[in-house]
Design a binder for this molecule. Sequence first.
Ligand SMILES: CC(C)(COP(=O)(O)OP(=O)(O)OC[C@H]1O[C@@H](n2cnc3c(N)ncnc32)[C@H](O)[C@@H]1OP(=O)(O)O)[C@@H](O)C(=O)NCCC(=O)NCCS
Length: 240
Amino acid sequence: MEDHTDSRPASAFLATHRPKRPGLAARVLGQTSLNMVGTMAPSDPVLIDLPMPIRTPRLLLRPKQVGDGAITSVAVAESWDELHKWMRWAENRDGFTAELLEVRNRHVMASFILREAIELIGVEAATGTAVVWCGLHDIDWQGRQCDTGYWVRKSAQGRGFATEAANAMVRYGFGVLGMRRIGLTYSAGNEASRRIAERLGFSFEGIQRGANVLPGGRKADRHCYGLLEVSLLPDLDVDW
Ligand SMILES: CC(C)(COP(=O)(O)OP(=O)(O)OC[C@H]1O[C@@H](n2cnc3c(N)ncnc32)[C@H](O)[C@@H]1OP(=O)(O)O)[C@@H](O)C(=O)NCCC(=O)NCCS
C-alpha cells in the first residue's frame, strides 16, 4: 500500500530534530523533546511538519488517502455491532457506504492538511490489511493538549493492535506535536478501552456523568483519563 508522506518544506518545526536512527532515536525524541518543541512553535499549525508514516513492530500508521472510503466501509460493516454499541457516529448503518465514507475521507484529508485533526489508518505490516482506525483529535495547539481515540476491525481484535497503535500515537503526540497532555475517554462499560488506558499508563481523572451520547440516544458516563508524561508508556519500538 502506498505511503503518504507529508514533506511540505514550509516549516522548520523539528526539521533538525527528526530521528536519524529510527526506532531508538524516535523513542528518545518522544521522551525528551517537549522543551524543544515548546520553543519552536510555528506561527500557524498548518506549518507544522508531520513526518509520516509512523511505524511500530506490527503496524504502519498512515494518514487517510484517496480510496480509503471503500476500505473503511468493509471494515465498518464487519464491526458494526460493536461500533453501534460504543461509537456515537455509528448511528445509521446506511450512512457507511463506500461512497459516503469516501466523501468523509476527503474531508478528513483536508483536516489533516489544516492540522485540525490527525486521523490515521493502521495497516498490518505483515499482510497489508487495514486493521486500526485511530487518531489525535480535539487538538488545542495553544494549550498543547489533545485526545486520542481508536477502533479496530472485528477480524483483527484481541491481538493488541489498539494498544500498540495508541501507544505510538501518544508518543507521536508528545514527541512531534509537543503535546503536554493527552486525554483518553470511554463510555462506562467499555472494558477493553479501560484496559488500554491503564496498560498505557494513563491516570484516571474522573467521571463526567451522562456526558456521552451513544447511538439510539443512549446516555453513558464518560470515564476520563489523562497522560502528562511520555515516560509512563510501556516500551515500544516506534519511528516516524
Ligand atoms: C476497544 C477496541 C479498540 C479494542 O481493540 P483491540 O485491538 O481488540 O484491543 P487490544 O487487543 O489492544 O486489547 C486491549 C485490552 O482490552 C482487553 N479486551 C479486549 N476486548 C475486550 C472485551 N470485549 N472485554 C474486556 N476486555 C477486552 C484485552 O484483553 C486487552 O487487555 P490486556 O492488555 O489486559 O490483555 C475494539 O474492541 C473496538 O474497536 N471496539 C469498538 C469501538 C470502541 O469501543 N472503540 C473505543 C472507543 S473509546
